[in-house]
Design a protein around this ligand. Sequence first.
Ligand code: KMH
Ligand code: ZN
Length: 271
Amino acid sequence: MDPVIITCAITGAETTKEKQPALPVSPKEQAQAAEEAVRAGASIIHLHVREDDGKPSQRVERFEEVISAIKIRVPDVIIQISTGGAIGESIEKRSKPLELKPEMASLNLGTMNFGDDIFYNHPKDIVRLASEIQKRGIIPELEVYEIGMLENALRLVKQGVLKEPLHFQFVLGVPGGMSGDLKNLVHLMSFLPPHSHWAVAGVGRFQLPLAVQSLVLGGHVRVGFEDNIFYKKGVLAISNSQLVERIVRIAHEIDRPVADPKTARKILGIA
Ligand code: KMH
Ligand code: ZN
């Protein structure tokens, strides 16, 4: 079977230390968590950063500080910055860290209810972000929370806005988007254009079953505190790397090699 790329979304914008005391928030904590996740088998770190008070931030200098702290410890890792940011953040702020030209950046493909909030992605802003990402040679990871967003991506390919091969992240289980039911994953997979890459990020209780299903179906996997803070029902995970380690163990059991960053770059076409 083809190697699996494991992404670790170590922090996110919504999780708090009150809910998950091991959430990495300061640059030092984030660098430590990223190192542990990479040593456990992750090759991509999906990155949100926080200010000293714990609030989510899209400030370029803070991204720069965290990325260099991570790169000192694990120079090979692929950094994927978030352009989703936190709910309500302006599109200008969300696009700012692209100036740092990371190897990858997330691109959210539509507006949706997101729990009790609205995650707003105006069609104009999606096109603008897509262009800003691609003109810098950054690989966009297409964040898809429901089938309409995948179809949106296909439309953007036809319009010449997005270039193939596409790399999708199916983020399933956000209240307001598709749930993590296996039928939803299979339905999304049936719309994938040839040669695309895909991963699954299950939210909350969906994280483990979707990760295992993705391993079996040939997809890639995202785990981490951004999407899920528990190891099992009612038991908090002790670290991001604990979640990565479990996926690596299962991958080995089913003979799926785990991609190191070099292999992940090759799969994703990162020069
Ligand atoms: N924080 C969520 C509203 C991304 O990173 O691109 C959006 C998000 C997606 O986290
Ligand atoms: Zn994110």
